[in-house]
Design a protein around this ligand. Structure first.
Ligand code: LRH
Ligand code: MN
Ligand code: MN
Length: 396
């Protein structure tokens, strides 16, 4: 059945409220230069420091109205004065979100960080996390986000089990350093940079460590961190069910951890994920799930790349909010396979763009954020203004 595109007024009040409550957090590193191991293509006007990254991120929020926070990565975003950075964010209408600890770029971490066989290197990695917690106090951040590049390239290289024990010990010390309102969110990834065994390869391992740590330890699901064909919405459902889904890192992938714009490779998957979220009302910030992007824009302009990603997540959400839950439950209870599937597909195939244009104009935002940003001249302005200094890059 084809129906004309719904308008905002067609959304039930509850769905409208859910849409209004949605926020998406942007990664500071998406605004710096990035690339592959073959080439990093620079963009004129690339931010030279975290202050400029935040100014760019604020453009995304100004045009979409749903991206009010920026995650930092430490030490990539190390500054002398984090109070000043937080104040700068608020002057630009955004605030600082999760603090990502980076323990994968020093030579010391060749054999890992929290899992390293050397007690001295483990100490250094733990201390770095404790310093990240100090940054969180300054910036008012709730989440300490941990992703470790720890792993092995060859069987026998180190003891798999001993590494888990070291990991548990290190995480416990970090968790104990958190403030009462702060959380530790632990990301998994099945491979890369290690190729034989990763120390936190999957949601089960992350969840086991979180369960051992305590209530304020939750799992981060990065949509690019699974083997091809993995049913990600199943993992979402299971973690939400356990009350342990702390955050998403949204991005798209065709092959490995491609970090492309969310919703670009597989918008249907994004819809299925958002359906599991909407189904249990977990879009509400009170549910404690931080919806973040984790992306790199290797060849496209970064700010519009982030705008497009945010819009894609919002579109998938609006479609999930349009699922006729009553009809779905009825079809499922009757064992009507095709009708149940049809209910989901009807929602997915609905064009929600006009509805969301209306949602924006209602709030005094541009109906077409991509166009309005392109016409704003901001990119030309930063290209002219930001001369001199070193452009920030992934890993800089
Ligand atoms: C690892 C990862 C993790 C890092 C980010 C830069 O692949 O997804 O979240 O912090 O990339
Ligand atoms: Mn990630
Ligand atoms: Mn990743």
């Amino acid at each position: 059945m084809t129906e004309s595109a719904p308008r905002l007024a067609d959304l039930p009040g509850e769905a409208r409220a859910a849409l209004d409550a949605q926020t998406i957090e942007l990664p500071s590193w998406a605004f710096g230069n990035s690339g592959t191991r073959f080439k990093v293509f620079g963009t004129p006007g690339t931010p030279r420091d975290p202050f400029e990254k935040i100014a760019d991120a604020a453009q995304v929020h100004a045009h979409t109205g749903i991206a009010p926070r920026v995650s930092l990565h430490i030490p990539w975003d190390l500054v002398d004065d984090f109070d000043a950075l937080a104040a700068h964010a608020s002057e630009h209408g955004v605030r600082i979100g999760a603090i990502n600890s980076n323990v994968f770029q020093d030579d010391d971490y060749r054999l890992g960080s929290l899992c390293n066989p050397s007690a001295g290197v483990r100490r250094k990695a733990i201390d770095h996390h404790l310093r990240c917690i100090e940054v969180m106090q300054r910036t008012g951040s709730r989440d300490l986000k941990i992703w470790l590049a720890d792993g092995l390239n060859y069987p026998g290289q180190d003891d798999l089990r001993a590494r888990q024990d070291r990991l548990a010990e290190g995480l416990a010390e970090i968790y104990a350093g958190l403030g009462a309102e702060q959380r530790l969110i632990l990301e998994y990834k099945f491979f890369e940079p290690a190729f034989y065994a990763t120390d936190i390869p999957d949601w089960g391992t992350s969840l086991l460590h979180c369960l051992a740590l305590g209530e304020r330890a939750k799992v981060v699901l990065d949509t690019g961190h699974h083997a091809p064909g993995t049913n990600i919405e199943f993992i979402v459902m299971q973690l939400v069910r356990a009350g342990r889904l702390g955050a998403f890192d949204f991005n798209s992938r065709f092959y490995a951890d491609d970090d492309l714009m969310a919703g670009a490779a597989d918008p249907f998957q994004l819809f299925r994920i958002m359906h599991e979220i909407v189904r249990v009302g977990a879009l509400d910030p009170a549910s404690g799930i931080n919806f973040m992007l984790d992306e790199c824009h290797n060849i496209e302009d970064k700010i519009p790349g982030q705008i497009r990603s945010v819009l894609n997540v919002q579109e998938a959400t609006a479609k999930a909010l349009l699922v006729d839950r009553e009809a779905l439950t009825k079809a499922q209870a009757a064992g009507d396979v095709l009708a149940a599937n049809g209910v989901l597909m009807d929602a997915y195939n609905t064009d929600v763009r006009a509805l969301l244009d209306e949602w924006r104009t209602d709030r005094g935002l541009p109906a077409d954020p991509m166009r309005t940003f392109a016409e704003s001249g901001y990119l030309a302005r930063i290209a002219a203004d930001r001369v001199g200094g070193t452009p920030a890059g992934w890993g800089a």
